[in-house]
Design a protein. Sequence first.
Length: 202
Amino acid sequence: MVKKLGAEFYQGKDVVKMAKELLGKILVTNWKGVTTSGRIVECEAYAGVMDRASHAWSGRRTGRNEIMFGEAGYAYVYLCYGIHHLFNVVTNSPGIPHAILVRALDPIEGVEKMLQRTNKKKLDHTLTRGPGNVSKSLGIQTKHSGLSLLGDRIFITDDGGKYTRMEIASSPRIGVDYAGDDALLPYRFYVKGNPNVSGKPR
DNA sequence: GAGTAGATCCTCT
DNA sequence: GAGGATCTACTCA
């Protein structure tokens, strides 16, 4: 039974728990009739004003992260290092800038298209490994920031496939060393043994 | 296999 | 004007 996640899912209060639940869900993009999708196998929680690793830490509110302060269920896309587009899901209630960063997918639909977008010749574990590659392969760009996940261009579905607690592991987040003690929080969740997960294999 | 440095551009100060 | 929620390639062992 495949169903699209609705607003009630994104409005959950516990961003860490939701990050865990997002594993196994399917992220779908549909640009101009071209559909690509992948199962989420790695993601990170960003707990808003409490979290130094978040753009919204300490209530910092700018034109860029405005999306995170808005309604749940919207896409927040941010360009990092001038090269990488990072895709986030905004959660919780307006005024609470919680978000979940999708870091890795297991490719499902439109693999050929993903290969074209990333200039790769064949499918391997690097296609959707890491947040920069995820958005690149799905064709997500900063101009898509602010799109609703309840629309038909980008959304998340649940086909009933779930990972068990045994298959899910947590670890400190990646690339946030500057965040001090908060960099050590185990807010990163991933599926054990999946080749698309970034970091060390197995 | 592990560790390190460079790329590259938008956003905020 | 500085720095960043990263990736890749290259060096060395």
